[in-house]
Design a protein around this ligand. Structure first.
Ligand SMILES: [Zn+2]
Ligand SMILES: [Zn+2]
Length: 328
């Protein structure tokens, strides 16, 4: 079945044919059709591995509430910062998807490992899916538009569908910059590994910090907070960017999609909630364009640039007298 999803023609081989333009155009059209991610193309299938994993993480998140300690809370907050702010906001989204700034390769790989800690898949899946979202925002083919239902936009699109996250070759056509890089290919295949290693480290740390006789409670409590609860909260924070900020909030720019600016989603995600700004200026590494638009992920990028670890930082200039995106 999956065979039919893979284009039979290869762009590199067809470019030398007698009618390169029409063949290339046909191939591009086929890739677009194969990657159509809207709800109508998903045939209502459930991805059981994803659904069971999500279920287990949510059960663990509720269980964590019975193991509160200030240390567990601190570990969860640090892990959340590195997974959601550094990993997803600064790296998967603003660096890898939109190339809003540059870092040395070793730094890019470190930031990508942080991104895998969010359990949102490997970099190739995340980047390709998000580039498709920008291409078809709130139109046919958008992987997660609220036009297909609020729940679909939030989590439904993850739980059901054609399981494209394993289709690295196909998704790679939307992320050729990453599929050329063996480290990103490896991290895409083993994206679950850093999270698993971190989980075992939390078990060891929780046991080590607990008093004798309470080591099992200490180990279980720390991994429930540092992995299960904070991962579940991080997933919902990210999903709110797909659901809530395409439904509720203010629109500064007249973009062709329904994107909105949402303060509360920005607070949960470290700035990703300024989503209307972002759709208007996708390459900008800064999403909170006005000084009062809290954007901790941009402050992180700004900090990296000050210590010489980020270059060519793209920053959109907001002109209050002309609130329209560049080029519109
Ligand atoms: Zn969007
Ligand atoms: Zn984006």
């Amino acid at each position: 079945m999956n065979q039919s999803l893979i284009p039979t023609e290869d762009i590199s081989q067809t470019s030398s044919s007698a009618q390169p333009i029409s063949v290339a155009a046909k191939t591009a059209k086929k890739v677009r059709e194969d990657l159509r991610m809207g709800r109508q193309y998903q045939q209502g299938r459930i991805n059981w591995i994803t659904a069971i994993a999500m279920g287990l993480f949510h059960v663990g998140a509720i269980a964590a509430l019975f193991f509160f300690s200030w240390t567990n809370l601190a570990v969860a907050m640090v892990m959340y910062f590195f997974a959601i702010n550094v990993g997803i906001g600064m790296c998967y989204h603003r660096l890898l998807t939109h190339r809003g700034y540059k870092t040395p390769k070793w730094m890019e790989y470190f930031l990508t490992i942080c991104g895998t800690m969010a359990l949102e898949g490997g970099p190739i899946f995340w980047v390709a899916t998000h580039r498709v979202h920008h291409q078809f925002s709130d139109q046919e083919g958008d992987p997660h538009t609220p036009h297909d239902g609020t729940w679909w936009a939030h989590a439904g699109w993850i739980l059901s569908g054609r399981a494209l996250h394993s289709e690295t070759a196909l998704l790679g056509r939307y992320a050729p910059d990453l599929t050329r890089d063996p480290v990103h290919v490896w991290l895409s295949k083993y994206h679950w590994l850093p999270l698993t290693v971190a989980g075992f480290l939390q078990i060891a740390l929780g046991a080590a910090l607990a008093a004798p006789g309470h080591r099992i409670v200490g180990a279980v409590g720390m991994v429930l907070w540092g992995t299960f609860l904070r991962t579940s909260l991080g997933l919902h924070a990210t999903w709110l960017v797909n659901s809530a900020t395409h439904l509720w909030g203010s629109r500064r720019f007249e973009t062709r999609d329904d994107s909105r600016n949402s303060l509360w989603v920005a607070l949960l995600t470290g700035g990703e909630g300024w989503h209307n700004n972002h759709h208007a200026h996708p390459v900008s590494a800064r999403h909170g364009l006005a000084w009062y638009e809290f954007d901790v992920n941009y402050y992180g990028i700004w900090f990296l640039s000050k210590i010489g670890l980020a270059q060519k930082v793209q920053v959109a200039q907001f002109d209050p007298a002309n609130p329209k995106p560049a080029g519109m």
